[in-house]
Design a protein around this ligand. Structure first.
Ligand code: FMN
Length: 194
């Protein structure tokens, strides 16, 4: 079964990166639904290294404020939810549960470089999956790398093994605040058939 054109438009072809938001709230139940789709998409050795902090209370938004770049400040402070897409640098501690048929934990405890590359690759994939999951459930999204990672990590993750990767605003977008749609590379420029 393939998705119909309307579904593809919702998730890909008509979906946009939003800069302004309507007042319509986003429930915690919907955030759980977004995560429950996101978690089902694949990661290597089922390692699931992404962690997601759904920042939606005014107090938590204020904790985020000092780390935001000027261009990302207003849209983030007004978004109903800002997700800190994070990475658990010790994701491998969950592998006895997540990948029980092999000693996968040792693949990563024996090589910090492999652990770091695996964590970054898969957590970034999972954050992308979260964008598509949110769009699939009718939300608009706006990803952002313009923020001070050290400040976010200090404010939210001090004393833990979690580290921020990027931010994703969630809500119902205000189309009047969209930037113009930018071109994408055609197949001929971005792909090879080998
Ligand atoms: C990982 C990531 C980081 C981004 N960082 C920012 C950012 O800091 N500020 C911003 O305004 N847009 C940011 N964007 C949005 C992109 O500029 C936008 O997705 C791209 O121009 C395509 O826009 P469209 O999705 O509306 O077609 C980011 C997008 C991604 C995926």
């Amino acid at each position: 079964m393939t998705l119909d054109q309307q579904a593809l438009a919702t998730v890909f072809t008509e979906a946009r990166s939003h800069n302004g938001w309507s007042d319509k709230p986003v429930s915690d139940a919907l955030l759980r639904d977004v995560y429950d789709l996101t978690k089902m998409a694949p990661t290597s050795a089922n390692c699931c290294p992404a962690r997601f902090i759904f920042v939606r209370s005014p107090e938590a938004k204020e904790k985020l404020r000092p780390s935001l770049s000027s261009g990302n400040l207003e849209k983030t402070m007004t978004a109903p939810v800002t997700v800190i897409a994070a990475i658990d640098s010790e994701f491998y501690e969950k592998l006895p549960e997540l990948f029980p048929h092999a000693d996968a934990r040792s693949w990563f405890t024996s090589s910090p470089a492999v652990a770091e590359e695996t964590a970054f690759r898969n957590a970034t994939l999972q954050a992308g999956y979260l964008i598509l999951a949110a769009r699939s459930l009718g939300l608009d999204t706006g990803a952002m790398s313009g923020f001070d990672k050290a400040k976010v990590d200090e404010a939210f993750f001090a004393g833990t093994t979690w580290k921020s990767n990027f931010l994703i605003n969630l809500g119902y977008g205000d189309p009047s605040k969209l930037f113009g749609r930018l071109p994408r590379l055609p197949f001929e420029d971005a792909c090879l058939l080998a």
